[in-house]
Design a protein around this ligand. Structure first.
Ligand SMILES: [Fe+2]
Length: 245
């Protein structure tokens, strides 16, 4: 009862200085994240100040919008690592990708080696407008190709909010869930915060990510969290240690 009146913690205090982030858009000029290397530098410094100890940044690979190849990302990573080192930014980081599930991806995953977060863990997202008609077939194909799908920000897919059994079906099909920390900051609005809290309470999240694109996201992450399930959130944040490199 009293917890309702208790002041909520700052996210920074929950990150506890050793958080490993697995979702962001910090490589410059290749997607809707950091537009320039200057912005990349600013965001990487901000990550350090937030208590992020390492990060795996994940540019979009969405063929019809952000047509990045795996090699494009690795090249950009190398360039960026050199510049950040020159700037004395010491936070370790590497790159994977956030794959948009569509017909192109369905073929791509059969012929190309995907950029993974670690081992065979691959970060995927789906449309915000509607779920792919063959979603479960694609999830199966991802697994058949030897990968474990980690679905980015399930709380952001509005069409699942009133259809909660889809979340259960997705989990049963072997999909792991990555919570966007911005959702528990209220950044995407109250409906998404509520869904995030419900998914937390049901123990459905496996990992978390910041999904930082720009400095407004950083400002939001400096606030107090907006949900009550603090201890569950802490556990899911701690799960990210799995990705330490
Ligand atoms: Fe993202």
């Amino acid at each position: 009862m009293l917890s309702f009146f208790k002041s909520k913690p700052f996210l920074k205090d929950l990150l506890a200085g050793d958080y490993v982030d697995i979702h962001s858009h910090l490589l410059p000029g290749i997607d809707d994240g950091a537009k320039t290397i200057k912005k990349t530098i600013k965001l990487a410094k901000a990550f350090q100040e937030l208590g992020i100890s390492q990060f795996i940044t994940t540019p979009h690979i969405s063929h019809y919008v952000w047509n990045n190849s795996e090699q494009d990302i690795l090249n950009k990573l190398e360039e960026t690592q050199i510049v950040l080192k020159d700037e004395n930014i010491t936070i370790p980081f590497k790159a994977a990708a956030e794959y948009f599930i569509d017909d192109w991806f369905e073929n791509h995953l059969k012929s190309e080696k995907l950029l993974t977060l670690k081992d065979n863990y691959v970060l995927v997202e789906i449309s915000y407008l509607s779920a792919p008609l063959n979603l479960y077939k694609i999830i199966f194909d991802i697994q058949l190709a030897g990968y474990i799908p980690v679905l980015a920000h399930p709380e952001r897919y509005f069409y699942f909010h009133k259809n909660f059994t889809e979340y259960e079906k997705l989990k049963k099909s072997g999909c792991l869930f990555q919570l966007n920390l911005l959702a528990v900051m209220g950044y995407y609005g109250s409906e998404i915060t509520k869904t995030a809290e419900l998914l937390l309470k049901k123990g459905m999240y496996d990992f978390t990510g910041t999904d930082v694109h720009h400095s407004i996201h950083i400002e939001s992450l400096h606030q107090k969290i907006k949900i009550d399930s603090v201890s569950i959130l802490k556990e899911v944040i701690a799960n990210n240690q799995f990705f330490q490199f």
